[in-house]
Design a protein around this ligand. Structure first.
Ligand SMILES: Cc1ncc(COP(=O)(O)O)c(C=O)c1O
Length: 366
């Protein structure tokens, strides 16, 4: 069986070793550059001496905090499942709802994990054509193309909103009319790993659709805005039926004590969240402007990253950036080999990336 594999971003230590350099910066994996809220870290540090005990199997304190934060009347703890990263929830959905030869649909250039988990379940992967009009939606999900591919064998549809790596977003109204047009037996996973960044820019989450559609599963993560990627914790929100089904596939202790405790505290630190969101938007605007000044086209960017076009020289420039201590993400695996993806870093990192890129492109003054 040939399974598509995930290629993670290169690590700082491996690049330092490979090029025998120091001060490497990583702008490759859409992480929050600031590390988690120090207030949250301080609160849970004392709990480290508890790690001889198994974690909560059902992290109720975290679920209750989420119910409070999500602010939707119809969402209770029974509508939530906690995962070892949101990837684990995506995996539960694949294992729960796909049998061999079933069909799974998602747009081309969507998050790679959908293809991997569909392959593992021996499902038929149906990748639909993205939007090709050169506007804010360029290369994003075209729901009408997904609609056209639905047949009796379709079991799951994945929609990342915003999508990684294109950064594009769909309006919740478009998702709603799409949901109205498809059979209710199909489970639609709406992956909102970057939702907080989009909400900050006045985009509505699909959370508002939950009360009307019992066939949707929304996934979210603590890896991005909350800066807990290394701890692996995320969550799914769906109808009680979906959550009950997914729970059959969950190991009893799938998330660790430290991640559970820290996630609760991170949700409470509003100042950290707002500061990170502000920083991210400034970073997006700065990077976009600088890349455009260099004559480089950027895809729209509703997350914490920008995907920009370099054409035939992409791989050479990626390597030159690496040898200068800057790790970006090549996108060959996403059929976007003419593009690179850069994550918003600290201001000093963003500045360094732009000035090294200028040097590589041999731009004297822009
Ligand atoms: C669209 C999308 N979904 C899910 C994830 C996985 O996040 P997690 O760290 O919660 O597994 C990512 C990570 O980059 C992502 O880009």
């Amino acid at each position: 069986m040939s399974i598509f594999t995930y290629r993670p971003g290169k690590s700082i230590s491996s690049v330092e070793k490979q090029y025998n350099i120091k001060n490497v910066i990583k702008l490759a994996s859409n992480e929050n550059p600031f590390g988690p809220s120090s207030k949250a870290l301080k609160t849970v540090k004392k709990e480290l001496n508890q790690i001889n005990r198994y974690p909560e199997s059902n992290p109720i304190a975290l679920k209750l905090q989420l119910v409070k934060e999500l602010k939707q009347k119809n969402i209770t703890v029974d509508n939530l499942i906690i995962g070892n990263g949101s990837n684990e929830i995506l995996d539960f959905a694949a294992r729960a709802y796909i049998l061999k030869k079933d069909e799974v649909i998602f747009s081309k250039h969507s998050f790679l994990v959908y293809k991997i988990i569909a392959n593992i379940m021996h499902a038929k992967v149906v990748e639909t054509k993205p939007i090709l009009s050169k506007d804010d939606y360029y290369l994003g999900t075209d729901l009408s193309n997904i609609h056209n591919k639905i047949n009796k064998k379709t079991k799951l549809i994945f929609i990342a909103n915003p999508n990684n790596p294109t950064g594009t977003i769909l309006d919740v109204k478009e998702i709603e009319s799409f949901l109205n047009s498809i059979p209710k037996r199909i489970i639609v996973v709406i992956d909102e790993a970057y939702a907080e960044y989009a909400e900050y820019r006045n985009k509505t989450s699909a959370l508002t659709l939950l009360k009307r559609y019992s066939n949707i599963l929304i996934t979210r993560t603590f890896s991005k805005i909350h800066a807990l990627a290394g701890l692996r914790i995320g969550y799914g929100i769906g109808s009680k039926d979906i959550i009950k089904t997914l729970n059959y596939f969950r190991q009893p202790f799938n998330t660790n004590t430290f991640a559970q405790l820290l996630a609760v505290e991170c949700l409470k630190d509003k100042k950290y969240i707002i500061d990170s969101l502000k920083h991210n938007l400034n970073g997006i605007n700065f990077l976009k402007e600088e890349l455009n000044k260099l004559g480089l086209d950027c895809l729209s960017s509703y997350g914490n990253f920008i995907t920009f076009k370099l054409g035939a020289r992409t791989s050479t420039i990626f390597k030159k950036l690496l040898s200068n201590g800057i790790i970006l993400r090549p996108l060959d695996n996403y059929s976007l080999s003419n593009f690179l993806r850069v994550t918003v870093g600290k201001n000093s990192e963003n500045n360094r990336f732009i000035s090294v890129l200028k040097k590589i492109l041999n731009v004297r003054k822009v």
